[in-house]
Design a binder for this molecule. Sequence first.
Ligand SMILES: Nc1ncnc2c1ncn2[C@@H]1O[C@H](COP(=O)(O)OP(=O)(O)OP(=O)(O)O)[C@@H](O)[C@H]1O
Ligand SMILES: [Mg+2]
Length: 282
Amino acid sequence: MNLKEKILIETEALTFSYPDGVRALEDINLYIKKGEFVGILGANGSGKTTLLRLLNGLLKPAQGKVRLEQEDTRGINRDALFSRVCTCFQNPDHQLFAPTVGLDIAFGPVNLGLPKDVVRARVEGALKDVDMSGYDNRAINSLSYGQKKRICLAGVLAMGPEVILLDEPTSSLDPMGVNAIMRLLKDLNKRKGVTMVMSTHSIDLVPVFIDRVIVLHKGRIVSEGTPREVFSDSKKLSDAKLRLPRIGELFDVLRKEDGLETDNFPLTVGEARIELKSLLNL
Ligand SMILES: Nc1ncnc2c1ncn2[C@@H]1O[C@H](COP(=O)(O)OP(=O)(O)OP(=O)(O)O)[C@@H](O)[C@H]1O
Ligand SMILES: [Mg+2]
């Protein structure tokens, strides 16, 4: 398989300005391969949400192109595009619209023309996945913000899409919920090959779950690569107003301030454990 065949989404010289003239993205050239788990990092206002909305066709490029399997998304029927590329919005109040949880999650599968019993099974399965079984009949407006975030994700999962675009899916979730949702996404990605593109401010999650990172700063891509590659360039990281994962920060300080001599650069608890065991001869 050559690289072209593996590319699911790509952009070419993508530029976008909002109607009031704010230039949100400038000359974005990126690719997302099938089955990848890609992270979009960047400070507030760097263009992450705008980029995800261009990738799913909700916004139209001012210049440049977005392609899904080499086809310009402007030429793809809206419903066909939305059933293949599903988005979990940053703000759940922009996504949920039905009176109850069950009706909201069922909306997509019903629109796909699936039979009633399949829709039912998808709703139940999705609620179980986000640890909210039994919430079918609850009114959307009676849910907490974190619960609404979970229901948004359930609605996306129930569609069974090829690609899921996630705009800060873990913000406002409790700590155990963050882990559970990230493990669920990673499992879907690994087991079913669902391609994931996720914007996040949760830097510590990145080296644990993400294959490749794209860093935005003021609407431009300023860095790209594996988490290790991106986190190794501290200048680019601080220019983009990002920081290292806490574990990486600790080892950085130990090296710079305390003379720790090691060529390894742990970024996760697991990597730090191996490094410390070796340093302490455990
Ligand atoms: N509806 C809009 N109208 C005008 N400008 C907008 C609109 N939405 C976003 N912008 C501007 O576009 C730029 C990119 O915003 P965007 O929401 O994509 O950033 P972001 O990286 O998602 O930020 P955050 O981390 O806060 O979610 C910002 O300068 C923002 O002020
Ligand atoms: Mg955003």
